[in-house]
Write a protein that binds this ligand. Structure first.
Ligand code: 13P
Length: 249
């Protein structure tokens, strides 16, 4: 059985005090213990949250990392540093990083390698723009993102990756992919992996959907056979919504 996962990507929202209040609220109310719950706050909050979450089953993710362990890279944070404060997962290649910070699948693949080298798990994001979907290029776009970002890995490495499909046109727009559209792309991603690594490996990888997921649409999405949970933006900034999402399977 594949792992069911709900990961909250806070993006650049909430200062430390606001974040602590939200964590207290989430811990008090309690997430579904049968689901892997992950919270990904800004870097500045990680160490404090690690202490606050130490007696819970909520794991921490960072939203980015550098591909080197150390050196003259002003403003960057390495996987080694993130591991030292208790981070277990790292979101890589989010469309906002691809769009605003010029990341591409090849540069992200180096980060994937470094995350795995340190024994952490990458949450590798892929997704097409509205123009790419309208031009009928969505499958090819996703195939290339998966191949260029992940196919340098061997099977044992790939098995430690989580994939998040986030159509760019559905992020923060209130526009969600229909369960049919999302399932179709998740099955395509799994099939792309199966062609290279075999069915068994492909069937063991959790593929999350992201893009305007909220408690009102999560049940339908999470019920799809190739959707193993969600990478959640806006709805993860509210304790009741985040908890409801962990109960939406
Ligand atoms: P929203 O849930 O706010 O659309 O954001 C999705 C996302 O980008 C999660 O990484």
């Amino acid at each position: 059985m594949r792992e069911k996962i709900v990961a909250g990507n806070w993006k650049m929202n909430l200062d430390l005090n606001e974040g602590k209040e939200l964590i207290i609220d989430i811990v008090d109310k309690g997430v579904n213990a049968n689901v892997t719950s992950i919270i990904s706050p800004p870097f500045t909050h990680l160490q404090t949250f690690k202490t606050m979450l130490s007696h819970t089953n909520i794991a921490l993710a960072a939203q980015n990392c550098h591909q080197q362990d150390e050196g003259a890279f002003t403003g960057e944070v390495s996987v080694k540093m993130l591991k030292s404060v208790g981070v277990q997962y790292i979101i890589l290649g989010h469309s906002e990083r691809r769009e605003y910070f010029q990341e591409d699948s090849l540069s992200i693949s180096f980060k994937v390698n470094n995350v795995l080298k340190h024994g952490l798990k990458p949450i590798y994001c892929c997704g097409e723009t509205l123009a790419q979907r309208q031009d009928g290029e969505h499958f090819e776009t996703i195939r290339l993102q998966i191949e260029q970002g992940l196919f340098q890995l061997n099977e044992l490495e790939l098995i430690n990756c989580i994939i998040a499909y986030e159509p760019v046109w559905a992020i923060g727009t209130g526009e969600t992919a229909s369960p049919e559209q999302a399932q179709e792309m998740h099955a395509f991603i799994r099939n792309t992996i199966a062609n290279r690594y075999g069915e068994i490996t492909a069937n063991n990888i959790s593929i999350l959907y992201g893009g305007s997921v909220k408690p009102s649409n999560a049940n339908e999405l999470f019920a799809c056979s190739d959707i193993d949970g969600g990478l959640i933006g806006g709805a993860s900034l509210d304790a009741d919504s985040f908890i409801a999402l962990t109960n939406s399977f």
